[in-house]
Design a binder for this molecule. Structure first.
Ligand code: CP
Length: 316
């Protein structure tokens, strides 16, 4: 594996999930693989899980991890080519990516979408600029359109908690007070399409995701119907894709409740976190035995460690 910026970079999901499982069983088995190697984590946006779990994964492999919050601590970066840099942007990505490549063996980047400029967001301008100008592998810590490390952790969690060979997995939209990106649902859709699951998406009308991601997936606007006999409920808010970046509904009837979970087949509740209690999901569900959000977050470490392992082994 050269870069990991999309679920499309996974060649064999079963093999990757098996590797993550093996790493989870023995996290320090390959503690020499990253000796004298450095992972640089560059954040344009906040994080708890992605930052700490990826650092932890690097440490488990014997790597050094250095972190920078570029939005608050670095020079403002210019990503457009050929511009006169007479504004507030002090450094061009061309220099920045090449310089960081001299300090790091792998560069990992988080850069959220604008949610105002659909075209620019879909270009993945920041992550692709790092891929273009860096001379070392690049990992996405969540880009404008995908969160692939989250998706690997989600696939591992479904694999661990499934009780039937082909579980029913439901991705449900749920209300939220702020406009949120599409990266998590997009990558979850991609990874579930690769997994052996019966996959259904449910959301209110007007919340269709980019059809390039959802092609071939069953989609319903009837949440109760979708929940019937489900083994996993994966809740997530996203802003409208059609009315790009807008909130067109905060309908509380889409909040995941105990009554809705009762429609499932003893279903497990998943969410990538952070989660807004009593908006996305009620306290009763989140604090119940059905919720697996904490072990799901734990799997972020082993997902990241599996990806780092594959990149380091490829570079040997
Ligand atoms: N799920 C996730 O990416 O969490 P953070 O935003 O805290 O990293």
């Amino acid at each position: 594996m050269k870069n990991f910026t999309s679920v499309d970079d996974i060649q064999d999901l079963n093999e990757l999930v098996s590797l993550a499982k093996a790493i989870k069983a023995e996290p320090f088995a390959n503690a020499g693989l990253g000796k004298n190697k450095t992972l640089g984590l560059l954040f344009f946006n906040p994080s708890l899980r992605t930052r700490l779990s990826t650092q932890k994964a690097a440490l488990n492999l014997g790597m050094h991890a250095i972190v920078m919050n570029l939005n608050t601590e670095g020079w403002l970066l210019e990503f457009e080519d050929g511009v006169v840099m007479d504004g507030n942007k002090a450094e061009h990505i061309k220099e920045a990516a090449q310089v960081v490549s001299q300090y790091c063996d792998i560069i990992a980047v988080r850069s959220f979408p604008t949610l105002t400029d659909k075209e620019k967001d879909e270009e993945e301008q920041v992550i692709n600029a790092f891929k273009k100008y860096a001379s070392v592998p690049v990992i996405s810590l969540e880009g404008s359109t995908e969160h692939p490390l989250q998706a690997v952790a989600d696939a591992l969690t479904v694999e661990e908690y499934k009780t039937v060979a082909r579980p029913k997995v439901v991705l449900t939209w749920a209300p939220h007070p702020k406009a949120l990106p599409h990266a998590v649902p997009n990558s979850f859709v991609k990874v579930m399409k690769k997994a052996n699951v019966d996959f259904v998406i449910t959301h209110p009308e007007g919340y269709e995701l980019n059809p390039e991601f959802t092609a071939g997936v069953t989609i319903t606007h009837n949440q109760d119907e979708a929940f019937k006999d489900a083994d996993f409920i994966y809740a997530k808010n996203w802003s409208s894709y059609i009315d790009y970046g807008q909130i067109t509904s905060k309908d509380p009837s889409w909040t995941v409740t105990t009554e809705k979970m009762a429609l499932t087949s003893n279903g497990k509740f998943m969410h990538c976190l952070p989660v807004r209690r009593n908006m996305i999901v009620t306290d009763a569900v989140l604090d119940s035995g059905a919720s697996i959000v904490i072990p799901q977050a734990n799997n972020r470490t082993y997902a990241a460690q599996a990806i780092l392992t594959k990149i380091l082994e490829d570079g040997k």
